[in-house]
Design a protein around this ligand. Structure first.
Ligand SMILES: C[S@@+](CC[C@H](N)C(=O)[O-])C[C@H]1O[C@@H](n2cnc3c(N)ncnc32)[C@H](O)[C@@H]1O
Ligand SMILES: [Zn+2]
Length: 471
């Protein structure tokens, strides 16, 4: 692979995804538009003034060139997505199709050890979870994380006759069982939870808590003759014995974790410095939304502390973090601060401008990144320019039948076509080639397959389904 450079792309993430290598990313976080039927824009005068994106969906948003992949690899998902039209309407069906096309590619670029966090709200989270169960496999679902983004719902939220909505949902999946996770957070020195738990200070000023309840085993735990011994003049009070072996006890004593106090009693100490951290559950109530100096004004900006937690939990230093809907690039900033590499994509030009400003505010932090608007080319697949041998292979595979009109032709009457047109990010490699007869090839031109299918009006049942899909 080429040398990695932190990169911000301004383009449709589907095209960029298509140009990223297989299994090249360690952690994906995405915070896509939620199909909220709103138009978001940044307040005038804020750092992001002028930035906006729409969150209203129609079939126009679906990239038809990429539908083919969904039809052939996930036929069950196609049935499911079609049923959404009857349940929730066309806009939701278009939105879920749009997301599914991208999630298929995200799954492809994620390493087998990788993790995936999808930030959603209740509008579409239940539909997306089904999509993820199918693409990642239901056994790779790890958590539904609830993030409380505010406390005390605003006045306007009480207008609706329902409870105030103050949480977002983050769906956490992994690509396999072989993933890295550190589910603890280190409490800060002045954290109230830490102050309450580590409530004692030793004569060197270090915080600890008294863990003397764990010097001896409880009699209910049964007799343990091998843990019954005399140590520095102390004896186990009953046959259940000490908690530690004699050797471990002495080691702990030497480290200062077991102390013989002035009153002659033993004390066992747990020091804050040795504490791995608090184990997290899926209910995240301690991270407020982006506030104060952190605010760029970018609509829907997420707090850096949230990304910080996800990145620390599911990656290690040097790992590649990827946010395909990066907005003002909170995930990229957090990744950089934590010594990870990153790739961010946003379709809006304004998002890149905000990011570049955001980074120059953090002088020096971001000297080494590039901003691209072109589509990268995969270098993990061999570029194979259309040739006669490719034509022969395809002819055999297609059994001499045109992918458009379904009629049989001689090899000389076929043309090699790019399934995903080059203009839409499709490349020169075998999987992106098919044979079309001269007529079908001219009809299709630089357009997606769906267009050709519509034109030739094939009667075949499956293809008929494709024709009506979303229309
Ligand atoms: C909810 S915002 C992300 C906010 C981000 N997490 C942050 O902290 O600033 C969603 C973003 O996705 C972008 N977006 C929408 N469709 C896109 C696409 N097809 N490709 C890339 N970005 C897209 C929008 O421009 C918007 O900035
Ligand atoms: Zn044909």
């Amino acid at each position: 692979m080429n040398k990695f450079i932190n990169t911000l792309y301004t383009n449709d993430n589907l095209f960029i995804l298509n140009g990223l290598n297989n299994e090249s990313i360690d952690l994906i976080y995405l915070d896509p538009p939620f199909n909220s039927k709103r138009f978001y824009s940044a307040p005038i005068g804020s750092k992001s003034a002028g930035a906006s994106f729409s969150d209203m969906w129609s079939w126009e948003d679906v990239n038809e060139s990429y539908l083919e992949k969904m039809f052939s690899n996930y036929p069950f998902l196609v049935n499911f997505i079609q049923s959404i039209e009857g349940i929730h309407g066309k806009a939701m069906m278009a939105y879920i199709t749009y997301m599914t096309q991208r999630i298929i590619e995200m799954h492809r670029v994620l390493k087998p050890t990788g993790s995936f966090y999808l930030h959603v709200d209740p509008t579409a989270s239940h539909y997306l979870k089904i999509v993820l169960d199918k693409i990642f496999g239901k056994s790779n679902f790890r958590n539904e994380i609830i993030w409380q983004r505010m406390t005390g719902a605003k006045g306007s939220q009480f207008k609706a006759k329902k409870f105030g909505a103050s949480t977002d949902t983050i769906l956490f999946y992994t690509k396999s069982d072989e993933y890295h996770l550190n589910p603890t957070i280190k409490l800060k020195e002045n954290d109230p939870v830490m102050l309450k738990k580590f409530n004692k200070i030793d004569n060197k000023g270090k915080r600890y808590y008294d863990d003397s309840a764990h010097i001896w085993r409880n009699p209910s735990m049964g007799d343990r003759p091998n843990l019954c011994y005399a140590w520095r003049g102390f004896n186990n009070p009953h046959l259940s014995g000490w908690r530690l072996s004699k050797q471990r006890l002495e080691e702990e004593y030497q480290k200062g974790n077991i102390v013989i106090k002035d009153d002659g009693k033993l004390e066992r100490r747990k020091y804050f410095d040795d504490y791995d951290g608090k184990t997290l559950d899926n209910n995240w109530i301690d991270i407020p939304r982006a506030m104060g100096g952190e605010r760029t004004g970018y609509p829907t900006q997420k707090p850096i502390a949230l990304l910080n937690r996800i990145i620390k939990a599911s990656s290690r230093e040097g790992d590649i973090i990827f946010d395909p809907f990066c907005g003002c690039a909170t995930a990229c900033v957090a990744a950089q601060q934590l010594n990870r590499k990153w790739i961010g994509i946003d379709i809006e030009k304004q998002a890149a401008e905000v990011l570049v400003n955001r980074l120059s505010d953090d002088a020096g932090l971001f000297s080494n990144f590039i901003h691209r608007v072109d589509i990268p080319k995969r270098d993990d697949i061999k570029k194979e320019l259309p040739s006669f041998s490719i034509k022969e292979r395809l002819h055999k595979e297609q059994k001499g039948i045109c992918k458009g009109c379904n009629h049989e032709y001689l090899i000389k009457d076929f043309h090699i076509d790019h399934i995903i047109p080059k203009a839409k990010g499709g490349g020169d490699y075998y999987e992106n080639y098919q044979l079309l007869c001269g007529h079908c090839n001219t009809t299709k031109g630089d357009r997606p397959m769906e267009y050709l299918m519509n034109k030739v009006k094939i009667q075949d049942e499956l293809l008929k389904e494709k024709l009506t899909f979303g229309k």
